[in-house]
Design a protein around this ligand. Structure first.
Ligand code: MN
Length: 166
């Protein structure tokens, strides 16, 4: 059995990949064969109703992770920023994302790019989940959350005040 690492961000079990893992759409959401369904983050109260599946993990020749996140109806990811970049492909449902100072409606197959040190948050609509692939580097910095002053400045932006969940 592969061992778990406990070094913060990259805690996912690395297993030898079969050539194909089959996809299933279940009543609880999108699943891939033998891919464990995990909590979005191990601890915290600044997010709501998200699951995480690591589809591709660490491979020395491809040092990235491809994760599938699914946010339940009305749920949201952490409001954060960091040096590392996210490449996101929406696969399921409806929602919105704040990237920098702009809100965007999201639907399946939309692509979202989160540049370095850019505030971002994803929210599912109240009547639909939001499922998306997110590509990140294995070697990545820890997310930052806004200070009180930064949060106040963000809340002054049109439309953002009612969107962000801290
Ligand atoms: Mn992020």
């Amino acid at each position: 059995m592969a061992s778990e690492k406990h070094d913060g961000q990259n805690q996912d079990t690395v297993q030898t990949m079969p050539p194909v893992r089959r996809f299933r759409e279940t009543a609880e959401g999108f699943r891939w064969e033998d891919v464990p369904l995990k909590e979005y983050k191990p601890v915290g109260t600044h997010f709501q109703d998200i699951t995480r599946q690591v589809l591709f993990g660490e491979d020395e020749s491809l040092p990235t992770q491809l994760r599938y996140f699914e946010i339940g109806e009305g749920g949201h990811s952490t409001f954060e920023r960091h040096q590392h970049v996210h490449a996101v492909l929406i696969l399921r449902g409806r929602g919105r994302a704040l990237v920098g100072e702009t809100l965007h409606d999201l639907a399946p197959f939309d692509l979202v790019h989160v540049p370095p040190m850019t505030w971002h948050q994803f929210r599912a609509d109240d009547n639909a989940p939001l499922g998306f692939l997110c590509l990140v580097a294995c070697d990545r910095d820890r997310p930052q959350r806004p200070t009180d002053d930064e949060a106040a400045a963000l809340r002054a932006l049109p439309g953002v005040k009612d969107f962000i969940r801290l």
